[in-house]
Design a protein around this ligand. Structure first.
Ligand SMILES: Nc1ncnc2c1ncn2[C@@H]1O[C@H](COP(=O)(O)OP(=O)(O)OP(=O)(O)O)[C@@H](O)[C@H]1O
Ligand SMILES: Nc1ncnc2c1ncn2[C@@H]1O[C@H](COP(=O)(O)OP(=O)(O)OP(=O)(O)O)[C@@H](O)[C@H]1O
Length: 481
């Protein structure tokens, strides 16, 4: 039977202390569509000048905690809420709405697309600055500073929706920073940034906390935040299991034997060139891929990685050059024709999930290749650790769970070539290793795996070759593990 629930007002169990940025007192939350709580009796106080990093496995409740800390849980989500949330001296339900909250709390969530609404990058950033009552000179100076810090100046006249994934994240971050709110809550807001950009963001956040701002950052690459964060909170099953000094988290990297050697060439890209208007995204790129190998593609944001892989399954057609699959020129063929052999998991899994249960999601793809076998769908869910979620709506999964569901969809289709655009986004190191275990098993069975990643350590450890890209060019191809 369907339960009906609404958000209850937060209980005013502790005084909303003026001068204390955030206080959660015994907060519990169960989403309307869920049976178990996503937050369970969480109490914590965020003080001025703190830089808190929140870690935990996917589905632990980190995003839900970020929504509670920023107050949006009270104003934008249906469910059962217990305990009290106070922000900058007021209870969360005393704010009128999310806009009212946003004067105190800057929020950046992992889905940059949903946050970028203006027609140019400059407008996204200026809008925040203009809310602050600065003079025209001050606005111009701040704008320059933000461009420099977030490396977005060269994108200022571009349309935000037509940027690369990491470029969008940089702009969403720049827009939030421009408001200089006393509190910043960032939920996996650096997940698609290259390593250099991530470090720049951490440095910037540290400088804000040195000036008294409070920062809460949900992050899987916790090791990279050491030296910047002042406190670490680890969540598991909706509960705080660690709250203290930042520490290096330990993960066990599986030793997976390599039982195959790369075989004959299965796929080649020949002199691919692609322009988006003025932007030369790919410039004469040639690469070949063999049966039974894992190839990692690395490169800074906007270097052309996604554009390249979209040519390999027919999503993009080159201006010049060819794609050859199993000896046949497939340039210009449709995605559905190529899908029998080549599977692609997008950078943002949400763009490929639209059914109302996880099992149906996988069966949809299987129908397209003429094999709608529920047993194959279940086996794929088990392989990615979602065995218990067959009947759950994909929209009710956490980001990391959705990422794993997208992988299950291609796993079930059993294609010869699997391309994954950032397969471990939204996953912690342990879960990333588990994904690599699945991919390595496929490689050992003779399949070809291409993965775009911003995690050089994962690439070194698990790939047979590493391709490096820069400004639309391949700059290096070298051996991996
Ligand atoms: N809108 C929703 N409706 C129902 N259940 C939800 C909803 N959003 C999240 N959940 C469930 O709440 C639990 C916690 O999700 P949450 O997104 O907070 O986890 P997370 O730790 O941020 O995970 P990730 O690292 O994968 O993003 C998950 O089991 C998820 O399936
Ligand atoms: N639809 C589009 N319209 C215009 N320009 C685009 C479009 N998609 C990508 N670009 C531009 O093409 C270049 C390459 O983008 P691409 O998405 O391939 O980079 P990427 O290496 O995958 O980056 P990231 O690591 O940020 O995901 C970037 O300058 C980007 O702004």
């Amino acid at each position: 039977m369907q339960k009906t629930r609404t958000v209850t007002k937060t209980e005013h169990t502790v005084p909303a202390l003026a001068g204390t940025p955030i206080v959660l007192d015994h907060v519990g939350f169960t989403y309307q569509a869920a049976d178990t709580p996503s937050l369970d009796d969480v109490s914590l106080t965020v003080r001025e000048g703190e830089f808190i990093v929140i870690s935990g496995p996917s589905g632990a409740g980190k995003t839900t905690l970020a929504r509670a800390l920023s107050g949006v849980l009270v104003h934008a989500y249906g469910g059962d809420l217990t305990g009290s949330i106070s922000i900058a001296g007021k209870y969360a339900d005393e704010y009128e709405d999310v806009t009212d909250l946003s004067r105190q709390v800057g929020m950046v969530f992992d889905d940059a697309d949903a946050q970028l609404i203006f027609t140019t990058v400059e407008e996204e950033i200026l809008t925040g600055l203009e809310t602050r009552g600065l003079s025209a000179d001050e606005v111009a100076k701040k704008l320059d500073e933000i461009y420099t810090i977030t490396c977005t100046g060269h994108l200022k006249d571009r349309a935000p929706h037509a940027l690369s994934g990491g470029q969008k994240q940089r702009v969403a971050m720049a827009a939030a920073l421009s408001r200089e709110t006393p509190i910043l809550v960032l939920d996996e807001a650096t997940s698609e940034l290259d390593k250099n950009a991530r470090r720049q963001v951490y440095m910037l956040l540290k400088s804000l906390t040195d000036r008294g701002h409070s920062v809460v950052l949900v992050e899987h690459m916790t090791g990279e935040t050491l030296g910047y964060a002042t406190r670490m909170i680890r969540l598991e099953n909706g509960r705080v299991v660690y709250d203290g000094e930042p520490v290096a988290e330990t993960f066990t990297c599986p030793e997976i034997p390599k039982t195959s050697v790369p075989g004959e060439t299965i796929l080649s890209a020949e002199h691919l060139t692609h322009r988006f208007g003025e932007v030369l995204a790919l410039d004469d790129v040639s690469l070949t891929f063999a049966k039974g190998e894992i190839v990692a593609i690395l490169g800074e944001n906007g270097s052309g990685k996604t554009t390249f892989v979209k040519h390999l399954n027919g999503l993009l057609c080159p201006d010049c050059g060819h794609v050859v699959l199993n000896g046949e020129d497939i340039t210009g063929k449709s995605v559905s024709e190529i899908a029998k052999t080549v599977g692609l998991v997008f950078q943002n899994p949400d763009t490929m999930l639209f059914e109302n249960t996880c099992e149906r999601e996988i069966l949809f793809g299987l129908k397209n290749v003429g094999n709608p076998d529920p047993a194959a769908a279940r086996a794929a869910l088990v392989a990615v650790g979602l065995g218990g979620k067959a009947h759950v709506n994909p929209r009710h999964l956490s980001r990391g769970e959705r990422q794993r569901l997208a992988l299950a969809c291609v796993l079930a289709m059993d294609q010869q070539i699997v391309i994954m655009d950032e397969p471990t986004t939204g996953l912690d190191m342990q879960e990333s290793y588990e994904i690599m275990r699945v991919l390595t098993g496929m490689r050992n069975a003779g399949k070809t795996i291409l993965m775009v990643t911003h995690n050089p350590a994962l690439a070194e450890k698990f790939s047979d070759r590493i391709v490096e890209m820069e400004a639309g060019h391949v700059t290096a191809v070298r051996g991996g593990a």
